[in-house]
Design a protein around this ligand. Structure first.
Ligand SMILES: *[C@@H]1O[C@H](CO)[C@@H](O)[C@H](O)[C@H]1NC(C)=O
Ligand SMILES: *[C@@H]1O[C@H](CO)[C@@H](O)[C@H](O)[C@H]1NC(C)=O
Length: 415
């Protein structure tokens, strides 16, 4: 905005492997007016040639005159500082969207600290130094919420495993940066066009295999509520933008008073002295925090039923005997995958036109097969920020849109 235009300059960090591409397409749409004056996206991937899946849309976004892509290693402090220097003739960055963080579940604590906590902490510190007007951190559903309770932002869900512990610790580190105009969005299970990452994408791919094989898709978990609240990636983008404009008009202090929540310690006390930048366990840390999920109240069962009915089959549960057999997860992973990986391969081989290569896989890893309970209320973001969901329901229309786009770009079998 410093360059005289009324539109902000925006920096997106990380997330090219998850949701940054959709956010970029929202900020600089292929058709219509961009919301930003200038957009820079920074991540470790190369985009030309692509070293990760980009989808058919993103390269067109990158070709827009407003958009600049930088391949950079954000674990290096001097690089973090340099990416905040805008291109010549552009004013400083007004908004930063932080979608950094390691999303793989098989990473060690050390890697998580280096690539999740440290990266975000350095970005947050630099953003505060540069007086960025809004810093929106997207945190993924690496939590185990309870099935009971209000599920609002006052609930204290338990970080799930090592990955959850350090993603949560990242929020404490960011909250501790006093002058950072921070908003935290705690999202549900995100799905949408060109999103090849995540459990819902897996469910769609695997569901199609069972439809193809004309067999019911079965869950290892007993029928129960098992909430797995969902979010369309367009709403992640829309709400991230709404949060940034909300914060920019308020500043951190005012935003804390309107929407601040305690970010509670969920780590080992001994780590505080070992991990650089980790706030003491008894620090009272407060930051504006919003849950972000759709209105579907999605559960394992509802997602399973929506997906399988789309592909013309049904969703079912293993019986008690079968479930007992699968008590030992590691064996179960290979066993269960055998059933559908072969089916997906058949589908790919029978596709006309042929599919030489697809980023989609019917392989479900241990995490995808484990039970996850993520129930979040979305009332607060609607009331405080006034955000209106564009895709409130997880339904057949949403799945059709995703599958059609994968077909169009040659990543989904046409049979
Ligand atoms: C990023 O920088 C760190 C620290 O210098 C280094 O250990 C790591 O290998 C680099 N990563 C890449 C992908 O170059
Ligand atoms: C993490 O960062 C520390 C400090 O820069 C370095 O010594 C260590 O090798 C890194 N470890 C990994 C697994 O990246």
């Amino acid at each position: 905005m410093a360059d005289g235009s009324s539109k902000p300059n925006v920096l997106i960090c990380g997330g090219v492997n998850t949701y940054s591409r959709a956010l970029a397409a929202f900020l600089v749409p292929l058709e219509g007016e961009p919301l930003v004056s200038h957009l820079r996206i920074v991540d470790k991937y190369s985009v030309a040639p692509a070293t990760t899946y980009l989808g058919a849309e993103f390269p067109k976004v990158l070709a827009k005159p407003e958009v600049d892509y930088k391949q950079a290693n954000l674990t290096v402090p001097s690089i973090v500082q340099s990416i905040f220097n805008p291109p010549e003739g552009k004013g400083p960055y007004d908004y930063v969207f932080d979608l950094t963080g390691e999303v793989r579940h098989d990473r060690t604590e050390m890697i998580l600290i280096n690539t999740t906590c440290n990266v975000a902490r350095m970005l947050g510190q630099e953003a505060a130094k540069r007086k960025v007007k809004a810093y929106v951190r997207v945190t993924l559903p690496f939590y185990e919420t309870t099935s009971k309770g209000t599920h609002d932002e006052k609930d204290d869900p338990k970080p799930d495993g090592t990955i959850g512990t350090w993603w949560h610790e990242t929020l404490r580190m960011l909250a501790a940066i006093e002058d950072l105009n921070l908003v935290i969005l705690r999202v549900g299970f995100v799905y949408g066009p060109y999103v090849e990452f995540g459990d819902i994408t897996s469910a769609i791919t695997v569901g199609s295999v069972y439809g193809y094989l004309k067999k019911p898709m079965k869950s290892v978990w007993s029928p129960g509520k098992n909430p797995t609240n969902t979010l369309h990636v367009e709403d992640l983008a829309g709400a991230a933008w709404a949060s940034a404009t909300w914060m920019a008009s308020l500043g951190r202090k005012e935003a804390d008073s309107l929407a601040g929540e305690s970010i509670i310690f969920h780590n080992e006390k001994s780590k505080v002295s070992q991990v650089e930048g980790m706030p003491p366990h008894d620090s009272k840390l407060v930051a504006p925090l919003f849950n972000l999920v759709d209105d579907s109240n999605s559960t394992l069962l509802s997602v399973g039923q929506t997906v399988t009915s789309f592909f013309g089959t049904t969703f079912d549960f293993f019986n008690l005997g079968e479930r007992t057999l699968y008590k030992f997860m590691d064996d179960a992973v290979e066993d269960i995958n055998e059933h559908h990986v072969g089916g997906w391969t058949q589908m790919i081989q029978n596709s006309n036109p042929p599919i030489p290569n697809t980023p989609l896989s019917a392989y479900m890893d241990k995490y995808a097969l484990e039970k996850h309970i993520v129930a979040l209320s979305n009332t607060k973001i609607k009331e405080v920020i006034g955000y209106k969901l564009k895709r409130p329901q997880f339904n057949h229309d949403g799945i059709k849109d995703i599958v059609d786009k994968w077909k169009e770009e040659g990543n989904w079998p046409i049979l």
